[in-house]
Design a binder for this molecule. Structure first.
Ligand code: IUR
Length: 453
């Protein structure tokens, strides 16, 4: 099958056969297709689209392009479950959801990515601890999963290798924004990880990849339908990303917020609501709760009892992080040498904020990457960020900048002063943040009870 003939077929808008899609993925994986051919195909898909059956065939071919994790031999006494987020500023939900689901009887082998752009990656957050093993040997990963119920690690290059090459080419050819290619990219890695159910958090808003509700819903539907067709029961929540999620954004700051959340010292209400909602959906999908509401109630119980915190501590210890992460309460995390407030310029209420721009301030501080090979400074970020709509008095901190130097703090504060505006209540109505969970997307055909209770 000639690559150029397959590209031509898609260019003309024809639906590709399973065999043609397998040839495409095979060519990506073994180098049989050149970068130019892969890029031309990506552009043809972006312009012509793909039906659900095509997207499913592409996703499965990519999932089978390398190693696949198989948990059957591990004989785990519960379902293997996972979560994916399309990424947001301050989104540290995975750090809490994995141990919550573990404490409820699930097993969560979470293969996470590094961040690129204005949203942070879970892996970068955990890399804040110097000893934490991001890519343990498979035997260690299995041991920690069995012992703690969850293990958050980086993807091995051998898992869905077709996605690695295809994503790198999409990234430099303006072909990232293709629904079928995004769907296949996200799901191929999750399918290769051998899951039994998946919950997805599709973010919408000014800090998200999807700016509008319609875009987010289309992506959520594509993900849920293709996952189902590929044999992976899945649901997606469309959730708000028009403000920083939780109080802190920045790697070590977010880990410290997650520890406080699990230990019960501070649970920011929107972060709590979203964490419970996603956990509840996943527990229900995995058969560990009769409904999402019952799952959320169970999640609340294991948070209150400290069981979720124990699972997190066991995972961190098992992967070489601090021996007792809860007792230390984040003390081992690296801290920025410069911490400065952004004072409110006047009395009033905080207006809506460009969340993506806040994320880019963290990148400028050194807490994110511009290019894949950039190093990360785990210490920096924004702390105690007040939510839009907050009533503030002149001089009160709107947030705190954690920076590596005075110069970096000055530059961040100057930029932030233009992003966070305090409105006079006599002239403008206070901003009213929308609900955290905007929609739940599931396929009616899928009633998945994997494990009888
Ligand atoms: N995350 C992925 O894993 N793949 C994609 O294409 C995008 C985000 I966009």
């Amino acid at each position: 099958m000639l690559a150029q003939e397959i590209i031509r077929a898609k260019r003309e808008g024809r639906a590709l056969s399973e065999a043609e899609l397998q040839a495409f993925v095979g060519g990506i994986t073994d180098g049989g297709w050149s970068d130019a051919q892969v890029a031309a195909m990506a552009m043809a898909v972006l312009l012509r689209g793909m039906g659900r059956a095509e997207t499913t065939a592409l996703t499965l071919a990519m999932a089978h392009s390398g190693e696949r994790l198989d948990w059957a031999a591990a004989d785990l006494p519960g379902p293997v479950l996972d979560k994916h987020s399309t990424g947001g500023v301050g989104d540290k939900v995975s750090l809490m959801l994995a141990p919550i689901v573990a404490a409820c009887g699930g097993f969560v082998p979470m293969v996470s990515g590094r961040g690129l752009g204005h949203t942070g990656g879970t892996l970068d957050k955990l890399a804040s601890w110097p000893g934490y093993q991001l890519t343990p040997e498979p035997a260690r990963m299995q041991r920690v999963l069995r012992d703690a119920g969850c293990v958050i690690v980086g993807a091995s290059a051998r898992l869905a290798p077709a996605d690695r090459r295809l994503y790198a080419i999409r990234d430099v050819t303006a072909t990232v924004e293709s629904l079928p290619l995004i769907t296949a990219s996200i799901l191929s890695k999750k399918l290769a990880a051998g899951l039994q159910a998946l919950v997805m958090d599709v973010k919408v808003g000014n800090g998200a990849f999807c700016a509008t509700g319609a875009e987010a819903e289309a992506l959520a539907r594509s993900l849920v339908e293709v996952a189902g067709a590929a044999g992976l029961p899945a649901r997606a929540l469309v959730t708000d990303m028009n403000q920083v999620l939780g109080r802190h954004a920045g790697n070590a700051l977010e880990v410290s917020e997650a520890i406080g959340f699990l230990a019960g010292t501070a649970r920011e209400p929107r972060l709590l609501e979203l964490t419970l909602a996603l956990s509840g959906e996943l527990l229900a999908l995995g058969g560990l709760a009769a409904s999402a509401a019952e799952g959320a109630a169970r999640a609340r119980e294991v948070l209150a009892s400290g069981k979720a915190a124990e699972c997190f501590a066991r995972m961190v210890r098992g992967l070489g992080g601090p021996a007792d992460v809860l007792a230390a309460n984040g003390a081992e995390l690296p801290r920025a040498p410069v911490v400065r407030p952004l004072p409110a310029p006047a009395d009033g209420h905080l207006g809506l904020v460009d969340t993506r721009a806040l994320g880019l301030v963290i990148v400028e501080l050194g807490g994110g990457r511009r290019r894949a090979e950039d190093p990360i400074d785990p210490r920096v970020g924004l702390a105690d960020v007040l939510p839009p709509g907050s009533a503030v008095q002149r001089g009160e901190p709107l947030l705190w900048v954690h920076a590596a130097s005075d110069d970096a703090a000055d530059a961040a504060l100057a930029r932030l002063a233009t992003l966070l505006c305090v409105l006079d209540p006599r002239q403008a109505r206070p901003a009213e943040p929308g609900p955290v969970v905007c929609a739940v997307i599931q396929t009616d055909a899928l009633q998945c009870q994997l494990f009888s209770r």
